[in-house]
Design a protein around this ligand. Structure first.
Ligand code: YNC
Ligand code: MG
Length: 403
């Protein structure tokens, strides 16, 4: 019955939102300067994620206690370098990396984070935070610690003048603005079958499944190459125009484009999180780009395989969306182009030894999921806004909240 959520500025389940808008005006001068009271055996800490030892503590909390699928077969295994990337985006604040330690042993047992972003919801741009990596140690579940963490990160956002937030989750809470489904495209069918991620369809064989998912050796798009720092202004320009087509998106200035799409080239292969590619035409224009990130899952209790190497489709954009054509001519062109690009993304991900390529049912993804042999998964991702009512979104969108 949502004892906690009922008290928060969110639309109640079942309410028919007719007009977008802020729920409660905020006033920084009325926000308490001190943290919320915490049970006496625990203490609040602001994590210093620039210290590799503290980053590792966070990694260890999450690798053992973060999100699992409903059957407890897989658990997200965000790497330390992923956390470093996702939590230190431009404008990040140390105060929004909130931990809870056991007072006596100092063991880290809970965490919640926020990063700042400009969030556009239809025609309104909100100065917002993206809340992620909420986690309570398995031994401390169901003790109402989560609401305390949520209220504390809210206070810390409010102190910075931020009164709106976006967050996502598998759980149903009041009230999703959109619900997306996970789709999975096999790259390494025998392994997916071995670990129970995919089931052998009745009447099929392993060999036939392998053939079904076979990919070309090489990419096909002319002018495709890895994105570099020099591409940032042109990619930024294309991405901003592309995102404006959706009902909701995050703002990307060039610094944000660089952060989210590129990693220092000297990074060790095993620590790499993000891959981005551009298509450059003969005249030096960037006509398309796409990106994907690495988010492995631990395979729980399997004798041989410990890790499922998953790539997730991230942002993409194409000039094809802006061809001056009537809608019924534009759609097939856009669909064809996205299929070419995503097929190349699959080829590259396979070469990088990912086992599966995941995507959500958002943005323009419906135009290629079937054709590229993605299958609908069991998982759904609900998108939520805090302190902002918005009419349900149908037109597809592309916020960063999917991480
Ligand atoms: C969840 N995922 O409904 P009610 S996603 C939000 N997001 O409250 P307790 C959640 N609320 O129903 P536990 C939630 N899961 O009574 C549960 N809740 O109103 C609500 N799992 O608290 C729940 N990470 O402490 C209920 O539950 C209340 O011990 C119960 O802790 C929950 O990062 C949790 O899935 C999730 O670590 C921490 O189960 C724990 O079970 C756990 O008794 C595995 O809590 C990891 C996991 C969640 C991933 C994520 C986004 C979080 C968003 C939080 C909301 C942010 C609001 C905006 C704040 C900033 C505002 C500004 C400006
Ligand atoms: Mg609890």
């Amino acid at each position: 019955d949502y004892k906690f959520w009922k008290t928060q500025p969110v639309a109640p389940l079942g309410e028919n939102v007719e007009q977008d808008g802020v729920i409660q005006e905020g006033n920084v001068s009325k926000i308490p300067k001190e943290p919320l009271p915490m049970h006496k055996e625990f203490e609040w800490v602001t994590m210093n994620l620039e210290d590799p030892a503290e980053l590792k503590e966070l990694y260890e909390l999450l690798t053992a206690n973060y999100v699992e699928d409903d059957d407890a077969m897989f658990r997200f295994d965000y790497s330390a370098s992923f956390l470093d990337w996702a939590l230190k985006s431009p404008g990040w604040l140390k105060e929004w990396h909130v931990g809870v330690r056991v007072a006596s042993s100092k063991k880290l047992v809970a965490f919640i984070s926020g990063i700042p972003l400009d969030l556009r919801v239809r025609d309104r741009v909100l100065k917002a935070s993206e809340i992620n990596f909420l986690c309570v140690h398995k031994k401390l579940r169901s003790k109402r610690l989560a609401p305390i963490l949520i209220k504390e990160i809210t206070r810390r956002c409010n102190l910075e003048g931020v009164f709106q937030a976006i967050y996502t989750g598998g759980v149903v809470l009041p009230t999703p603005v959109s619900v997306c489904r996970y789709y999975h495209r096999s790259l390494n069918w025998p392994k997916l079958c071995d670990v129970g991620f995919s089931a052998l369809p009745r009447g099929s064989t392993v060999a036939r499944q392998v053939l079904k998912y076979k990919l070309p050796e090489k990419t096909k798009t002319k002018g495709l190459r890895p994105m570099t720092y020099a591409d940032v202004p042109r990619v930024g320009n294309l991405l901003r125009r592309f995102l404006s087509r959706f009902e909701m998106s995050q703002g990307f200035d060039d610094a944000e484009v660089a952060h989210w799409m590129l990693q220092n080239e000297s990074i060790a292969k095993k620590d790499r999180v993000i891959w981005a590619y551009v298509v450059e035409d003969g005249a030096g224009n960037i006509t398309d780009f796409f990106s994907f990130y690495s988010l492995p899952s631990s395979i729980i209790g399997h004798p041989q395989h410990k890790v499922l190497n998953a790539a997730y489709l991230f942002y993409y954009a194409t000039e094809t969306a802006f061809l001056e054509l009537p809608e019924h001519d534009l759609r097939p062109k856009l669909s064809a182009r996205l299929n070419e690009l995503v097929n190349d993304a699959l080829v590259l991900a396979k070469k990088l030894e990912f086992d599966v390529f995941n995507a959500l049912s958002l943005a323009d993804n419906a135009m290629f999921l079937d054709e590229q042999k993605f299958g609908a998964g069991d998982g759904y991702l609900n998108f939520y806004l805090f302190n902002y009512k918005a009419r349900p979104m149908t037109g597809g969108f592309l916020p960063n909240g999917q991480l």
